[in-house]
Each structure stands twice: as C-alpha cells, then as structure tokens.
Design a binder for this molecule. Structure first.
Ligand SMILES: *Cc1c(COP(=O)(O)O)cnc(C)c1O
Length: 464
C-alpha cells in the first residue's frame, strides 16, 4: 500500500467523505503568505527561516517544541491597527491572546493600549511599564483584590459585567476616595459566525448585560447613580475568529441605540463605545481576513451613520484585537518522532508537543496548516494527521494536512498562526514542560522572551 493518500476515493469512501478535503497544494514546499509571518521564507538549504534564521539552527539553539515569534511582524500589525483607527480611536490589544513583558513593551512603544482580564495579566502589564491609564480590566467575575489593585493603580477603565460588580467597583472606588471610569458590557444578541464555544454574544451566555429586556438600560441607571463610578461608555464583544463585518454592524447599531436611549432618559451622552475584538485571521490559506483599514472604515461608517440618525455626537471608538495582532506572527516548531501509517485510513505523524502547547484543535476543532520546516521535498503529498505525545486520542495538532510522503522521524515541522491562544492556553498536562517563546527580529537576533519550563519549575509547586 502506498504511503500517498488522497482527499477522496473509493479506498477511503467509508472514512473520508467525498470532497471533504481540499486537494493538496500544487507545491508542498511553498509558504503561503496568508498564514506565515512576514519575514518567513525558505533558505538555500530549503529550511524555513524567520528573520533570516533557519529552522534547523533555531531548533538546535532553542530546542523543540518552541514558538518563534516574528517581532517586526508583531510591531507592524500594531502600527497597522493604530494607523487604521487614527488618533480619534483607541486600539486595545487583548492580552489574553498572548502576554509577556516583551509584548507589553512593544505595545507601549507602538502606541497601543492593553486589555487584561486577571490579576496576573494586570501585574504583567504594570510590571513591564504599561501606564495604568492605558489599561482596561475585563472579566465576568473579577475578584475584590483584582478590582482593588486596578482602582488603586488607576487603570483607564474597568468594564463592568454584572449588577453586583457595578456596586462592588463603586464601593471599592469610594473607599479609596476615587472615581473609577467604567464601561458597561452589554450583549447585543448577535451570533458571530464561528464555533459556538467562542461565540460570546448569544443572550444565553455568561458575559454582559442584555440590551433585550432592558438589563443593560437598568445597569446604566444604577451606574449613573453611584459616586464611585464615572460611566464613560458601552462595551460589546460579539465573538472570535469572525470574518463577516455584518455582526459588527448590528452590534454597533444596537449600542448606538442604547446611547440614544440613555440621552433621552438621563440627558447625558456617553462619550465612548467599545466594539470588542474577534477579528479573524488565516489559519489555512482558505481563510480570507480583512485588513485593519477596511475594518476601521466599516466600523467608523456605521457608527457615524447611526449617530447622525440619532442626533448624537460620534463617540470615541475603541476596538480590542488580540488574535488579529499576535496570531499570524508566530509558528510552532516541532520535531517528528514517529510516522505511523494506518493502511486504508490515514498517516499519523507524532510530534514532540501537542495539546499542551496548542489546545485549540481539541477544544474548538480549530484548523491549522503545517509544513516540513527542516528541508524541502519532492515526494508526493500524503494526507496526514499531526498528533502530539499526550495520553489522549484527541491530542491532535493538525487534523488534516498534506505533507511530503517521505516525512520521517527527525524532520522538523512548523505549524503557522500559533501566536494567539496557544502559549497563553498552554498546560502542564502529563507534566509537559511548556515551550519557550522566542522573538526573532528582522536582523536575525533571536532571544527567548518566555523561557522553557524545567522540571524544577514543575517540582517547585509540588510541596510533597
Ligand atoms: C477575547 C476578547 C478579545 C479579543 O478577541 P480576539 O479574538 O483575540 O480578537 C477582545 N475583547 C474581549 C472582551 C475579549 O473577551
């Protein structure tokens, strides 16, 4: 039986539905710029390079698995978002996608603000020098300690998420003799076209206060009465990995409607609206994301139009991209350990990481692509499943992809678009040591920004 597999054919009819898989790419060695970071290419030896540094050298120096992040690409994406939205709007990077002290410094230098959603993220941001007024604190159940620290430090805004929290933040601020700027997170009843676990604007979910039924309006009523709060705006985040702007349009329209109702009822025009994050990126060449410029223009247009219709001054807009900034900037480099062909089924390629460094495939059915990174090959394409080394059959990194049929133990594989929600969601499952993040600059300088975990790190927590 040949190692080569194909997307559909009688041999696979019971396993692989006809037409289910895209055909193999014309050139397996090509690196599609839609999914790879900007400085990624191949060198003369055929190895994938980032910032001019070859995958084989990087693996020798930093080990595998490891995330390699293209620093100039990260900075360029920050600038693209900031320039697209201009001086009358704010771009908050969503720290949960990936946060480290180096990232905080890049954001600070590139003029972005930062969303945090825990005490740990807040400490990272403050510790690396992000000015508190450029930080927003999120979350549906912030602790008293987290709120207290945020208010004491003077964060620019807290996005309140429940009736209890409105009172809690007000109380803490009053006790500290402060007036905290807050936005109210609302759910606008928009279902983003994405996987249900990551869509967040259904009414039946834990975040926010619903516009429908008047909870959001009631939250505004309560917040406006409290001395400890300065209510500055309304916040809406409709989901993740969204390509279609229609959801944002409906969301913006409904948020502006609430602003008009607030003006009619209370005689105040709230000066800010935040339309959240969730902008999609290309995980595979089939994905077709929008440019920041297009997104900014679309959002500005709809808000301007709706405000004109309602006779409102256009509020200051903010957005919160996480994935769209960091996602495309990194790839994960793995070493192949085994190649197992299941006759008539598929070929399993096992790598030295897995669901501990990328949980998204198991958690969200996320799709990724993969390329042979240590060399090129002229072998025919074989349909593979790239799996990890964990004790779990759902431990899949790339569900379906084509690799050259001569892929073998010792080869390096690179999985692109792993900058967001991979290291930040990494776990120690099976006592795996979480991989390092290595930032590579355009001039080839590569430095560890988050080091690899060691067995000592693991054992330090185990007090016996
Ligand atoms: C997760 C989240 C974001 C960022 O989402 P991305 O898909 O990474 O752009 C922005 N705002 C809020 C409130 C979030 O919860």
């Amino acid at each position: 039986m040949s190692r080569s597999a194909h997307p559909a054919g009688p041999r696979h009819a019971d396993v692989l539905p006809e037409g289910h898989y895209a055909p193999p790419p014309a050139d397996l060695n090509a690196l599609d710029p839609r999914v790879w970071a900007r400085t990624v290419t191949r060198n003369k030896a055929g190895a994938i390079t980032v910032g001019g540094r070859g995958a084989t050298d990087l693996a020798a120096e930093f080990g595998t698995p490891a995330y390699f992040l293209d620093e100039s690409d990260f900075r360029a994406r920050c600038r693209a978002w900031r320039d697209a939205f201009g001086p009358d709007a704010d771009v908050f990077y969503a720290g949960k996608a990936f946060l480290s002290r180096a990232v905080v410094r890049w954001l600070t230098e590139e003029g972005l603000n930062l969303d945090v959603c825990s005490g740990g993220e807040l400490a990272t941001a403050l510790g690396a020098g992000m000015p508190a007024e450029r930080i927003a604190l999120h979350g549906n159940n912030k602790s008293v300690e987290e709120i207290t620290r945020a208010v004491e430090e003077g964060v620019g805004r807290i996005v309140v998420d429940s009736f209890q929290e409105i009172v809690r933040v007000a109380h803490i601020a009053e006790r500290l003799g402060k007036r905290q700027r807050v936005q109210i997170r609302v759910t606008v009843g928009v279902e983003a076209h994405t996987h249900e676990f990551i869509a967040t604007a259904h009414e039946d979910q834990k975040f926010g206060l619903a516009l429908a039924g008047g909870q959001a309006a009631e939250a505004v009523r309560r917040a406006l009465k409290l001395d400890g709060l300065e209510l500055v705006g309304i916040h809406s985040h409709i989901g993740s990995q969204i390509f279609d702007m229609a959801g944002f349009e409906v969301s913006a329209r409904r948020v502006v409607q609430l602003l008009a109702e607030v003006r009619d009822e209370h005689g105040v025009e709230l000066p800010e609206i935040d339309l959240g994050g969730g902008l999609g990126i290309a995980y595979t060449p089939e994905d077709d994301p929008r440019e920041p410029r297009e997104i900014a223009a679309a959002l500005r247009d709809i808000v301007t139009r709706e405000c004109a219709a309602a006779g409102l001054t256009v509020p200051r807009i903010s957005v919160e991209p996480g994935r769209a900034i960091v996602g495309p900037t990194a790839f994960t480099l793995y070493e192949v350990g085994t190649v197992k062909e299941l006759p008539g089924l598929r070929t399993y390629v096992s790598v030295d990481g897995g669901m501990s460094d990328n949980i998204r495939t198991a958690l969200y059915d996320a799709e990724y692509s993969v390329a042979l990174a240590s060399r090129t090959s002229t072998a025919e394409p074989v349909l593979v499943r790239v799996v990890g080394k964990h004790c779990e059959s759902g431990d899949i990194v790339v569900r379906n992809a084509f690799l050259p049929a001569d892929v073998a133990p010792g080869d390096l594989l690179a999985v692109p678009a792993t900058g967001a929600y991979c290291r930040s969601m990494a776990s120690n499952y099976n006592h795996a040591l979480r991989p390092p993040v290595v930032a590579v600059r355009e001039d080839g300088e590569a430095r560890v920004i988050v080091r690899r975990e060691t067995e000592e790190d693991l054992l330090r927590l185990d007090v016996g």
